[in-house]
Design a binder for this molecule. Structure first.
Ligand SMILES: C[S@@+](CC[C@H](N)C(=O)[O-])C[C@H]1O[C@@H](n2cnc3c(N)ncnc32)[C@H](O)[C@@H]1O
Length: 269
C-alpha cells in the first residue's frame, strides 16, 4: 500500500490549477467557519496550490497544508510568499500522513478518492483521525457518483462498452497572468462498478508566443462513494458524531446536492 497515489495535479495541470483556481469560492468561506468554530491549529489536507489555505492565512488562521503533489505544494509556497505569507507545508500522501503536529480542525476539500483506492482512502481516514486532537473536528466534502450524467450513464453495460470515449476537442485556451496559454481536455476511459471507480484521462497543453511548449497526458482513478459508505468508513476509522450536510449551504443533504459534506469528531478520551 506504500505506492504514491496517481493524481494528475502535476506539471501543466498543476500550473493550470494554480493559475485559474485562485479564488476560494464558496468552499473557502464554508470550511473557514469550521476552523473558526473548532479552533486552530488546523490542517488543510490536500491543500493543492492554496486556493483555500492562502485566504485563511490572510485572515490570521493558524493552518498548515499538505498535499501528495510536490508541484502543487511548490506553487502554493510561491503564491503564499508572493503574498507575504510563510505557511508550513508538507509533501505527503494522506494514507501515509505523519506530521509533527496535532490539529483541532482538519479540512479535506476535493481530495478524497482522487487518484486513490478504497484501501488507501480508508487508511487516509485513519491517519487523519490520528492527526486530530481529542475532541477535534474533521470536515470533508465529496462529490456524489450521480453528479455527472457523463459518468453515471457509463455504469450501464451498454454504455461501458462505448469506453474509452473519444477525445473531446480541447477547451478554449485560457491566458495566464504571464501570457502563457493553457488548454485541457478530458475523456472517460473506464468505469469499474466493482471497484467503484471511474478512470479519466486528461490532455494538457501549454503555449507561449503561439508555440506549444508542453503537452502532457495523465490518467486518474476517481473513487465513487455514496453517502452511507463514507459514514461507515469514517466510523471504521474511529470518528464519532458523524453528520452529513449539503454542500455548501450547511443544510440537510438532499438528492440534488452534487457535493456532500461530512463532519465528524475525534472522541475525547
Ligand atoms: C481538486 S484538488 C483540490 C485542492 C484544494 N483542496 C482546493 O480545494 O483547492 C485535489 C488535490 O488533492 C491532492 N491529492 C489527491 N490525492 C491525494 C492524496 N492521496 N494525498 C494528498 N493529496 C492528495 C491533489 O494533488 C490535489 O492538489
Amino acid at each position: 500500500m506504500g505506492e504514491t497515489p496517481e493524481t494528475w495535479h502535476y506539471g501543466v495541470v498543476a500550473r493550470y490549477w494554480a493559475e485559474f483556481n485562485v479564488d476560494g469560492g464558496p468552499e473557502a468561506e464554508y470550511f473557514r467557519s469550521y476552523i473558526e468554530e473548532g479552533g486552530g491549529p488546523a490542517l488543510d489536507a490536500g491543500c493543492g496550490s492554496g486556493r483555500l489555505l492562502v485566504p485563511w492565512l490572510h485572515v490570521g488562521l493558524d493552518v498548515d497544508g499538505c498535499d501528495v503533489s510536490a508541484d502543487m505544494i511548490a506553487l502554493c509556497r510561491e503564491r503564499a510568499e508572493r503574498e507575504g505569507l510563510s505557511p508550513t507545508l508538507y509533501v505527503q500522501s494522506l494514507h501515509e500522513l505523519d506530521l509533527p503536529r496535532r490539529y483541532r480542525t482538519i479540512v479535506v476539500c476535493g481530495a478524497l478518492g482522487v487518484g486513490s483506492s478504497r484501501e488507501r482512502d480508508q487508511q487516509a481516514l485513519l491517519r487523519l483521525h490520528e492527526h486530530l486532537e481529542p475532541g477535534g473536528t474533521f470536515v470533508m466534502d465529496n462529490e456524489v457518483p450521480y453528479a455527472s450524467a457523463r459518468n453515471w450513464t457509463h455504469w450501464l453495460p451498454e454504455h461501458r462498452r462505448e469506453l474509452p470515449r473519444p477525445w473531446a476537442s480541447p477547451g478554449d485556451r485560457r491566458r495566464g497572468g504571464d501570457g502563457t496559454e493553457y488548454a485541457l481536455s478530458t475523456r472517460l476511459v473506464d468505469v469499474d462498478p466493482l471497484r467503484q471507480l471511474v478512470r479519466v484521462e486528461m490532455r494538457a497543453q501549454m503555449w507561449r508566443d503561439e508555440n506549444i511548449v508542453a503537452e502532457e497526458e495523465r490518467v486518474i482513478d476517481l473513487m465513487q462513494y455514496f453517502k452511507g459508505e463514507i459514514v461507515l468508513m469514517l466510523e471504521a476509522a474511529g470518528f464519532v458524531d458523524v453528520d452529513v450536510r449539503g454542500a455548501y449551504d450547511g443544510g440537510e443533504p438532499t438528492p440534488d446536492h452534487d457535493f456532500l459534506v461530512f463532519v465528524a469528531r475525534r472522541s475525547n478520551p
